[in-house]
Design a protein around this ligand. Structure first.
Ligand SMILES: O=C(O)CCC(=O)C(=O)O
Length: 275
């Protein structure tokens, strides 16, 4: 399985992120983007339901999130036994003005301990003008900050979670990626992103991985074992889709997303309807 050099692992633990890491060839990235956009077109007004845990509905997304070129580097920083907790798509349409405010994922995911890493995989070129990820190096080693919930319409986060003070925004560094590359970031790292001012979509396939020792402290939750063994049983482990968008697959997806919403949205918001 693809892995990382000892220096790269050290840099991840020092900075809380690592970027860029090559994963897919340009042709593979184009094919994944085409598969996503076909699924979006077929879903029409229901496309929002595909933005979470698409790997439970389609085999191509399952194969992508289990790809050894992603999972290998993740095991290099988390250890050999790894779960995939969730898959999200962070998409900025040209000119939509969407941003992601500075935040720390560890404050609202309910996962403990914080042996959790996100792989942000670019399926379109994510250069400086597209609003790529911005990371505050080393902030994963500092405190967890208070977050204000702005519910701002231009914020891609569910509640507009924002850290207002306590860190130096000027230290944030951009992590531009070409289509097919990824960054990894730690669950405690302060990160955000600015608007996409280009004429193309900025498409991030955003995959959350956790060491098997991690627990969900808020609800019964689901996951997929992507490397090693699960000797803990903290999550209900789900199988791959046998067919794309089948009835059993939709049922499992509906359950997994409902549990995720319960964990992430304490105000009782429900997922968008899948059909
Ligand atoms: O795609 C973005 O701009 C933000 C994604 C994000 O916040 C995350 O991956 O945790």
């Amino acid at each position: 399985m693809a892995s990382l050099s000892a220096e790269a692992v050290q840099a991840f633990h020092r900075d809380g992120f690592l970027s860029p890491i090559p994963v897919f060839s340009p042709d593979e990235a184009r094919a994944l983007r085409a598969a996503l956009e076909q699924a979006e077109n077929e879903a029409g007004p229901r496309a929002d339901a595909l933005r979470i845990d698409l790997h439970l509905l389609t085999r191509w997304a399952w194969d992508a999130v289990c790809d050894p070129r992603i999972v290998g580097p993740v095991t290099a920083v988390l250890g050999p036994d790894v779960l995939l907790w969730s898959l999200q798509w962070f998409i900025k349409e040209p000119g939509d003005g969407k941003i992601v405010s500075f935040h720390q994922d560890a404050t609202y995911w309910g996962l403990e301990p914080h042996d959790v890493v996100t792989a942000w995989v670019a399926l379109s070129d994510s250069g400086p003008e597209t609003g790529p990820m911005r990371f505050v190096p080393g902030s994963h080693r500092g405190p967890l900050f208070d977050h204000r919930e702005t519910y701002a319409a231009d914020n891609l986060l569910s509640r507009g979670q924002t850290i207002d003070a306590g860190f130096d925004e000027g230290r944030a560094v951009l992590a531009p990626l070409r289509a097919g590359e990824m960054s990894l970031h730690h669950v405690r790292l302060i990160h955000g992103s600015q608007p996409n001012t280009t004429a193309d979509r900025r498409i991030g396939m955003v995959i959350r991985y956790a060491a098997t020792r991690v627990r969900q402290t808020r609800v019964e939750d689901t996951a997929v074992l992507v490397a090693g063994q699960d000797g803990y049983g903290h999550f209900e482990l789900l199988p791959p889709p046998a067919v794309d968008m089948g009835d059993a697959e939709r049922e499992r997806h509906g359950y997994a997303v409902a549990q995720l919403y319960k964990a992430l949205m304490p105000e009782g918001r429900v997922p968008p309807p899948a059909r």
